[in-house]
Design a protein. Structure first.
Length: 688
């Protein structure tokens, strides 16, 4: 056997033993569970292939211990074992194949699939229905007696069955489960810490563990732990045959069992469920780090026995790690469009859940101080789904004293204006509205998808246009002409054509979209929609009082004040004037309630209308029962004509189809036609 493998096994043993010591003895781990699992799995695989590498000090030869001096010890009625891990579909298939080889030919294996709850094991004993003892896992044989603490957990029954009409309790029942915090309760606990000026908790599981092992059970009682039960360690007076029965019986007796547990008849059914579980993970009330597969038939589980210390009949499928540790190399201060200074962590590259992460959010400087994150710290990074990776907190135990404090910049890194922290704000602000970075961010936001959605104008283009002084604000975008781009590298005819087309298309965005794109603090699409609905035009919003804005349901007084101030600001007024000058002044005609005044009429649109976009006009007609058609015929009731009409107007004249303006359309809808201006007056066959 190669000496490389011997060396690697020895390295892994030493590393793992060190981390076990940090976790269990010092209570200050320096790596995440995911990182530990990876090393453990590697050693386990090495040892499986080369059993001669197994040494007595290998961490695979013992299950860890979390025993503490503070509690009397309890002997578990059966060993409280851990589970082998699988990290891929192939691992699961290999697990099933190994098991099938040990079982009589033709054995069909059905499985339960349960969430792998990310808490700590608890073992609770009931005698004649009464809770008589509760213990931690400890070293698997002996656990800490935490009965007084477990009695404070609100969903752990002190007597079973909870419902007196429920099934009879077994004479003696020892159940196993997991104690943890619900995500929202952990967040609330941290809010409380924050309010009291105390350090924040970084990790829910460690906090749950610390809470369960309080010497004073009043402290445990003050924190909302929760327990989910999932297996039976010992039972007398009755017998349950399958894992599925166990879950159902436990629930009937009044225990909480983990939601979404299911029985599946084959492994391939289970494999199909894995993506659902990975996405469900984020929506659950509690943290899970994988799923557990258990052979349903308990007789088969017993027959399979153990491989080392792991039962063969169950396995944990672990999700790709979401949390990893790495070094915090630096912090950059980014300036947003509102001037907010946000710190971003520069990290030693770390691979998390399939991607290499080099930057992560640090939220704000207040949070950095509260979590006591320092430059040079080993930090825990979380990357979950589409959310931007963020720094959870520092690994205090990994400090060597060289770490330094992280402070907000004194001056804006872009315009050098002194940074301020307005009273009562957690954020630091660059107060200079002309700060080049703020201007860039505002325009970048204005053109982005979800705002004005000016396709083909990405941040790069915005930068180039600002650098070349072709635009200084959002309104300047609408003054760009194809010639503006002449001689700019990378701007070929096609690109310019696309840009001009998307700018043109953006000119007709509805009022709410424009308001949302202005980047007013606190005004996203919902609030923008409320403003557009209530006031109907930029002019009306601009002249609205704080009280009128505050009157809108869904807008509070502080936001109303902020909105009014934004519209009162001279620079913003100038910007809005510039928008009007380039023809951007949307009116929310959709404010007119839907009705059926146009039922039976067919409209054809031609030319550019003064305030409504084509889409808005069509929507308006349809919402009042009318139809819109693409070509003019004798059947056309009206041609709605704007500026620079096409041949449709001529055709309408030839066929004698009445031509109306936007204003007339709006009057028809409001049921108040202006006869005098009606170009159809001289046409008696008109149904108008
Ligand atoms: S069954 C003998 N079911 O995961 C098998 N364990 O990595 C007993 N865990 O130590 C374990 N959710 O603390 C089982 N639905 C679940 C679980 C679960 C979380 C924990 C348990 C165990 C660890 C194994």
């Amino acid at each position: 056997m190669s000496s490389d493998l011997t060396t690697r096994a020895s390295e892994l043993r030493d590393e793992l033993n060190y981390h076990i010591y940090r976790y269990n003895v010092l209570g200050s781990p320096v790596i995440t569970d995911g990182e530990y699992d990876k090393m453990y799995h590697e050693l386990k695989a090495l040892e499986a292939e080369h059993p001669e590498l197994i040494t007595p000090d290998s961490p695979t030869q013992r299950a860890g211990s979390d025993l503490s001096e503070d509690f009397p010890k309890v002997k578990h009625p059966a060993p409280i074992l851990s589970l082998a891990n699988a990290f891929s579909e192939d691992d699961l298939k290999a697990w099933e194949e190994r098991n099938l080889k040990l079982l009589p030919a033709g054995t069909q294996l059905g499985y339960t699939l349960e969430p792998k709850l990310d808490g700590l094991t608890i073992v609770i004993t009931y005698e004649n229905g009464y809770l008589v003892q509760a213990a931690t896992r400890g070293n698997g044989e002996l656990g800490d007696d935490v009965t007084a603490n477990v009695r404070t957990i609100r969903n752990v029954p002190l007597k079973i069955p909870v419902d007196k009409n429920g099934p009879k309790a077994p004479e003696r029942l020892v159940v196993r489960g997991e104690v943890m915090f619900h995500k929202k309760d952990f967040a609330a606990l941290n809010k409380k810490q924050e309010a009291e000026g105390l350090p924040l908790y970084v990790n829910a599981r460690n906090t749950a563990s610390g809470t369960l092992k309080q010497k004073d059970s009043r402290i445990t009682a003050s924190r909302p732990l929760i327990a989910y039960l999932y297996s039976v360690v010992a039972i007398s007076g009755t017998k349950w045959d399958t894992q599925w029965d166990i879950l159902n019986n436990l629930r009937d007796l009044g225990f909480s069992t983990a939601p979404h547990a299911e029985f599946y008849p084959t492994l391939s059914d289970i494999i199909q469920q894995l993506p659902t579980w990975e996405s469900r993970r984020r929506t659950l009330d509690f943290e899970i780090d994988g799923v557990v597969l258990k052979i349903n038939d308990l007789k088969i589980q017993a027959e399979l026995g153990y491989s080392g210390k792991d039962p063969r009949g169950a396995i944990a499928y672990k999700f790709p790690a979401e949390e990893m540790t790495t070094k915090l190399l630096g912090v950059t201060a980014n300036i947003g469009r509102t001037g907010r200074v946000t710190p971003t962590a520069q990290l030693e590259p770390v691979f998390i859940g399939g991607v290499t992460v080099v930057n992560a959010s640090l939220h704000n400087y207040d949070q950095i101080a509260k979590l006591d994150i320092r430059l040079g710290d080993t930090v825990i990074i979380k990357r979950s789904g589409e959310v931007i990776p963020y720094v959870i907190g520092p690994v205090i135990g990994a400090r060597d004293g060289s770490e330094t404090a992280i402070l907000p910049p004194t001056n804006c890194p872009s315009c050098n204006t002194p940074i301020v922290q307005p009273e009562g704000f957690v954020d630091f602000i660059c107060p200079n509205p002309l700060c080049p970075e703020r201007v860039f961010r505002s325009i970048e936001f204005f053109v982005s998808r979800g705002a004005m959605d000016i396709e083909s104008m990405g941040p790069q283009t915005v930068k180039i246009l600002i650098d070349r002084k072709l635009i200084q604000d959002e309104a300047d975008i609408f003054t760009l002409k194809p010639e503006s781009f002449e001689g700019i590298e990378g701007f070929g005819e096609k690109k310019i054509d696309n840009l001009m087309k998307s700018i043109e298309a953006a000119k007709t965005r509805p009022l709410a979209q424009l308001v949302c794109s202005l980047g007013i603090d606190g005004v996203g699409s919902v609030v923008a929609g409320l403003l557009a609905d209530k006031f109907g035009s930029i002019d009306a919003i601009q002249s609205a009082t704080v009280e009128a804005i505050d009157d809108i349901e869904g807008i509070g007084p502080i936001l109303a004040q902020g909105i009014a101030e934004w519209f009162a600001d001279e620079r913003h007024r100038n910007l809005l004037d510039k928008f009007r000058a380039v023809g951007i002044n949307p009116q929310n005609k959709a404010k007119v309630a839907a009705g059926d005044g146009l039922t039976g009429s067919t409209f054809v649109l031609t030319g550019t209308l003064p305030t409504l976009s084509r889409e808005q006009a069509e929507a308006l007609i349809e919402s009042h029962g009318g139809k819109v058609s693409g070509s003019v015929s004798k059947k056309t009731s009206y041609v709605l004509m704007g500026d620079t009409p096409g041949s449709k107007a001529d055709k309408a004249r030839t066929l004698g189809v009445p031509i109306i303006s936007e204003e007339q359309l709006l009057e028809m809808i409001s049921g108040n036609p202006t006869q005098s201006n009606n170009p159809t007056d001289d046409n008696p066959q008109n149904p108008a």
